[in-house]
Design a protein around this ligand. Structure first.
Ligand code: G3H
Length: 250
């Protein structure tokens, strides 16, 4: 019912020439997939993604987008530019953007709206820092973040939005959430989505888990009924581990 998505967030790794070789190798080695694969490289790599991955089973997208549509906004990249480059997805609200660039829920919602206006699918990230989990407040904290980040966001259908639960303490640490903790959070997120968009929508929207996903832990995470794939950082950079994740996703 919900097609598993394995999305590789490359963050600020690889240069365009390295990425071009990687994409060509991926194309050569890609097994037939029932799940969906996507790569999310840095902006300067997107033209290479378009050139090599267009027409393949592998979607691609960006890690961020401007909240502005067009104009005198030095350094910004618009949703329309991403659309022109053939992107299907863009991440919004990654914890690294929230933390290092002061992005608020309101700004994240604005960015999600810009993407939807251009027919792109936001991969909207939420998740709690360690001290919040230790206080036992992970669920209300993350649900509040979800609510604020979806303010005024009206996806036409459930395929037009992806949520990623990424506990901050699990990102790049080698310490992933247990499948049970991830499942409990995903259930709570789906319930909140049902309240906002209706039960039918919530049952079809994909909720990814992110945070130290690797080929050793992915199958257990995926076995949870409400975990619909992974937003993968480190383990998406090397082709063998990305391919291993795709094989586990089926
Ligand atoms: O967007 C991806 C996440 O931040 C996870 O990164 P990681 O797999 O390196 O922990």
């Amino acid at each position: 019912m919900r097609r598993v998505l394995v999305a590789g967030n490359w963050k600020m790794h690889k240069v365009p020439s390295e990425a071009r070789v990687w994409f060509a190798e991926l194309k050569r080695l890609l097994p037939p997939l029932e799940s969906e694969a996507a790569v999310l490289p840095a902006f300067p790599i997107l033209p290479a993604a378009k050139e090599v991955l267009s027409g393949t089973q592998v979607a691609y997208g960006a890690q961020d987008v401007s909240s502005h549509r067009e104009g005198a906004y030095t350094g910004e990249v618009s949703a329309r530019m991403l659309k022109d480059l053939g992107c299907r997805y863009a991440i919004v609200g990654h914890s690294e953007r929230r933390r290092y660039h002061g992005e608020t829920d309101a700004l994240v919602a604005e960015k999600a709206r810009r993407l939807l206006e251009e027919g792109l699918t936001p991969i909207l990230c939420v998740g709690e820092p360690l001290e919040v989990r230790e206080r036992g407040e992970a669920v209300p904290y993350t649900l509040a973040q979800l609510g604020g980040s979806l303010e005024g966001v009206s996806p036409p259908g459930p395929e037009d939005l992806v949520i990623a639960y990424e506990p901050v303490w699990a990102i790049g640490t080698g310490r992933n959430a247990t499948p049970e903790d991830a499942e409990a959070m995903h259930q709570a997120l789906r319930q909140a989505l049902a309240e906002r968009y209706g039960e039918g929508f919530a049952q079809r929207v994909r909720i990814l888990y992110g945070g130290s996903v690797n080929p050793q832990n992915f199958a257990d995470l995926l076995s949870m009924p409400n975990v619909d794939g992974g937003l993968v950082g480190g383990a998406s950079l090397e082709l063998p581990s990305f391919l291993a994740l795709l094989r586990l996703a089926g």
